[in-house]
Design a protein around this ligand. Structure first.
Ligand SMILES: NC(=O)C1=CN([C@@H]2O[C@H](COP(=O)(O)OP(=O)(O)OC[C@H]3O[C@@H](n4cnc5c(N)ncnc54)[C@H](O)[C@@H]3O)[C@@H](O)[C@H]2O)C=CC1
Ligand SMILES: O=C(O)CCCC(=O)C(=O)O
Length: 332
């Protein structure tokens, strides 16, 4: 089985080095191939997502993605490679779980459209910027269905079976109006679940203040991007949060965090989010025992106080990685 590893920029390669070492230790039979994407390769070659990378991603059963450092200003020819990968491979369901004290929730984020469709332009001699927000019935229905199926699976494991549909249909009456209508239609197919609606602003407030109210949240792309960063506060922060991007028998696993230019190159990035991606990947390829071994190793190392600064410790990425790898070799 082939796994495509895309380290990317900034701390991406730092945390992916730890993730691949753990994956090699836990599943030595897997074939890991490495591919480039991001700002670094764009600066060298003028292409942010090279054709070879896309081909390697297509060939692989699963993809591990680090992070890329996309600029915050328009650069001709540059498009975010992660947004491109999600769309091109039709990885339509972005699953972002948070587990913390009293909190166990999942943000299910639509991953292929909304304001991430790349339809932006300048008009009026550059004085008016327009971004098109695309919401389709098909994409809305499949993401809500994915959220409901997840809520049902979680319900069987003792969770409340509650889906919160988050939108802003009171203002975005046409686009989020369609998302809401379709969501309520799909909800009717899941009588065993309970549903509630929240406008995104109040959802953000409640997610910050009362995260234990939520089980599964389903929403559009940009809202999901923002809400999942809020949610991850309750699970140890960006250094910990991992996500899966699922679609059509293929999956891409990535930390929720970005390239973290403020700490890149200092050797203090928290590899936990990347390692949680490995846990998710192992579970997804049907190796729960290996996933559990990694989870236990990470818990033991954190409990021993070997943590990076963002998690309240003073260890380096390398020290955390070495301690986890040692746990893996001593506890089969
Ligand atoms: N999926 C991706 O590839 C993503 C890429 N980005 C890109 O990353 C760049 C930086 O974006 P930011 O807004 O700064 O978000 P960021 O997630 O890279 O960093 C936000 C803050 O969290 C900290 N942080 C993040 N991950 C950490 C880790 N593993 N260990 C310790 N501290 C960590 C950073 O040091 C920073 O203070 C931008 O170019 C952005 O476009 C941002 C989010 C996702
Ligand atoms: O920086 C980039 O290229 C994309 C960052 C987008 C993002 O945060 C997400 O969609 O999860």
């Amino acid at each position: 089985m082939q796994i495509c590893v895309i380290p990317g920029d900034g701390i991406g390669p730092e945390v992916m080095a730890v993730a691949t070492a753990a994956l090699r230790a836990l599943a030595p039979d897997l074939t890991l191939t490495e591919a480039e994407a991001g700002w670094g390769v764009f600066q060298r070659t003028g292409v942010a997502l090279p054709a070879e990378t896309l081909a390697a991603a297509r060939e692989a059963t699963a993809i591990l993605f680090g992070a890329v450092a996309s600029p915050s200003h328009p650069v001709p020819g540059y498009r975010s490679p992660i947004v491109e990968l999600r769309r091109t491979l039709d990885l339509y369901a972005n699953i972002r779980p948070t587990i913390g004290p009293g909190v166990d929730l999942v943000v299910v984020r639509e991953n292929t459209e909304d304001l991430y469709s790349g339809r932006e332009r300048l008009e009026d001699d550059g004085n008016t910027a327009i971004a098109e927000r695309v919401i389709t019935r098909t994409a809305s229905a499949r993401i809500v269905r994915a959220a409901c199926e997840l809520a049902r699976t979680r319900q069987a494991a003792g969770h409340p079976g509650k889906v919160t549909i988050v939108h802003k249909a009171n203002v975005l009456r046409v686009s989020d109006g369609l998302f809401r209508t379709v969501a309520l239609e799909v909800a009717a197919d899941f009588p065993e679940l309970t549903f509630e609606e929240r406008l995104v602003d109040v959802a953000a407030m409640q997610l910050a203040a009362q995260p234990q109210r939520f089980d599964v949240i389903v929403t559009t792309n940009l809202f999901g991007d923002i809400l999942s960063d809020i949610a991850c506060i309750h699970g140890g922060g960006l250094g910990v949060a991992a996500s899966s991007n699922l679609g059509h028998g293929r999956a891409l696993f990535e930390p929720v965090h970005g390239a973290a230019p403020d700490i890149a190159g200092r050797g203090i990035a928290n590899p936990t989010a990347a390692l949680n991606c490995v846990v998710m990947l192992l579970e997804w390829i049907g190796r729960p025992h290996a996933a559990e071994r990694l989870r236990r190793a990470m818990d033991a190392v954190a409990a021993a106080g070997i943590r990076t600064p963002d998690a309240g410790g003073d260890a380096t990425t390398r020290e955390v990685a070495d301690a986890i790898l040692e746990q893996l070799t001593t506890h089969a």
